[in-house]
Design a protein around this ligand. Sequence first.
Ligand code: SF4
Ligand code: SF4
Length: 142
Amino acid sequence: MAIGAMLGDILRSLFKRPVTELYPFQRKPAPEMLRGKLMYDPSKCSGCQLCIKDCPADAIELLVVDKVAKKFVMRYHEDRCTFCAQCVQSCRFNCLNMSNEQWELAQLKREPFEVMYGRDEDVQFLLERAARAETGNVECGA
Ligand code: SF4
Ligand code: SF4
């Protein structure tokens, strides 16, 4: 490109608004159908595991606290998720959806990518059971 033409472009650009967005200082609302972080509602879950079977990335697990009382905890591996929404489609009880508000998921460490969804007391129960197993104090029937 001739230097004259380039100078013209540079001068014109000096008086134009930038076409880029000043993210993260300026944010636009995300599109309604954006597939962000997977969300899980344990209150409606039947424990059928269809979502787990259909996930192509092995990104979700269902941990059983009490099958009869339908108490489940979902372990979600954000770093494996391809955000395909197959699990959302597969669930017949509308327990799953993909947030269009939580989509800035970058992390410096791997640990935060593992998310436990469920009632607080159920998550606590599983964490305590795992801690007991690690120290070798596993209760019978646990
Ligand atoms: S969105 Fe796709 S990859 Fe992510 S958990 Fe659901 S089925 Fe698996
Ligand atoms: S498909 Fe729905 S109801 Fe079945 S285990 Fe998954 S979240 Fe629960």
